[in-house]
Write a protein that binds this ligand. Structure first.
Ligand SMILES: *Cc1c(COP(=O)(O)O)cnc(C)c1O
Length: 378
């Protein structure tokens, strides 16, 4: 059996990416604007059924712009899901605002609507109403988005839906990323589709997306020379990379099917009744299963998450602990936190398994063999 590295999630090109990139070269649109950018925005909007899309240099940039447009200023507070990647929360710090971190609930591993409301009420009591809430569909798993929206609407606080990991996930017939006041996407190298690096900001509010494009091109005022009255950013997506994105969008549904097959394979061959898989809470939800994620109970399995991770690494198989919650990160240790231990436990016991859409059956068999070796099943 080959011993080549099995990656957690590696890029998977479809075929027509190069055609769009070549078009960019042939027409000399080698710039952060051009037909691929326009078409990628249009095609993404159609896929998500949202009216307006701005293609940007990263998902982190998209969150940064969303917060600016919502008026977040130094000293303001922004509530964010603690259990996430730092790209969700760092933009709050860019603005000199304070992240207020909130724990997940145990079913979806995403933002807990009950804790969210407690946090909002407590912040208001302490004298500051949060300027925005950022929630995440972690590993592609639909969060309790309708409940979260209800809470946000009750207090009239805008919701930013971080769908960086959840492109193509569906909640009650609607695409993840299309629920929030803003949705954000990422096309980083390991995401379900990639432009090598990139992101998007989406919304049904035309003014907001127009403004995001303005801020993303150095906030250049309408004048023949370069005139500036505001701070801007260099955050637009390149026309070459948007070409990669257009090709990737054509194979997105196929990637989702493949990742769901990978998930089903692990459930069938690893679920000894002693493993907990992150799962949808409703038949109306569909995760893109960007990463299949499990929770390992050492008392049940006889080994720890780290035992398994290290054993698999010896077989050249890459797995990864779940995200370390932001409230446990040195950078965020002084931020207010509302929690009940859910993400702390997931961080100790959780593991992401190789989940790429380009994994072969032989790869998956190797993972299962390595896993069984780790728990002494062989
Ligand atoms: C990847 C990711 C981001 C940031 O996206 P970049 O394009 O890498 O800046 C934000 N939030 C989550 C949950 C992510 O996984």
């Amino acid at each position: 059996m080959s011993n080549e590295r099995i990656w957690l999630s590696s890029p998977h090109m479809g075929g027509s990416e190069l055609k769009y990139v070549k078009e960019a070269f042939d027409t000399n649109w080698i710039a952060p604007l051009g037909p691929n950018v326009d078409n990628f925005e249009k095609e993404l909007g159609e896929y998500l059924t949202v009216d307006h899309v701005a293609a940007l240099s990263s998902g982190t940039a998209a969150i940064h712009l969303a917060l600016i447009i919502l008026g977040v200023k130094p000293g303001d507070e922004v509530i964010a899901q603690s259990f996430t990647f730092c790209g969700t929360t760092n933009p709050i710090l860019y603005l000199g605002a304070t992240p207020v971190l909130v724990d997940s609930e145990k079913d979806t591993w995403n933002l807990d609507p009950i804790l969210l409301e407690e946090a909002i009420l407590d912040r208001i009591k302490k004298g500051k109403k949060p300027k925005a809430v950022i929630m995440v569909h972690l590993y592609g798993m639909p969060a309790r988005i309708k409940e979260l929206l209800e809470v946000c609407n009750r207090y009239d606080i805008p919701l930013i839906e971080d769908a960086a990991e959840a492109l193509g996930s569906v909640i009650d017939g609607r695409q993840a990323g299309s629920f929030g006041h803003f949705g954000i996407l990422s096309f980083n190298g390991n995401k379900i589709i990639t432009t090598s690096g990139g992101g998007a900001l989406v919304s049904n509010n035309r003014e907001w997306i127009d403004r995001s494009r303005f801020l993303a091109t150095q906030a250049r005022d309408d004048a023949p020379h370069y005139e500036h009255t505001e701070v801007g950013y260099n955050y637009r997506m390149s026309n070459i990379l948007a070409g990669v994105g257009r090709g990737q969008l054509e194979v997105l549904d196929n990637h989702i099917l493949k990742r769901r097959e990978v998930n089903a394979y692990y459930r069938k061959h690893l679920n000894l009744g002693r493993l907990y898989f992150q799962s949808e809470i409703s038949r109306l939800d569909l995760s893109n299963y960007w990463l299949t994620s499990i929770k390992i109970e050492p008392e049940l399995l006889g080994v720890s998450r780290e035992d398994i991770r290290i054993e698999l690494w010896k077989s050249n198989i890459e797995t990864r602990p779940l995200w370390k919650p932001m409230h446990l990160q040195p950078l965020y240790k002084d931020c207010p936190y509302y929690g009940h231990g859910v993400s702390d436990e997931l961080f100790l016991k959780g593991l992401c398994l190789p989940s790429g859409s380009n994994l072969t059956l032989v790869d998956l068999e190797r993972v299962v063999i390595g896993f069984n070796k780790a728990i002494n099943q062989l």
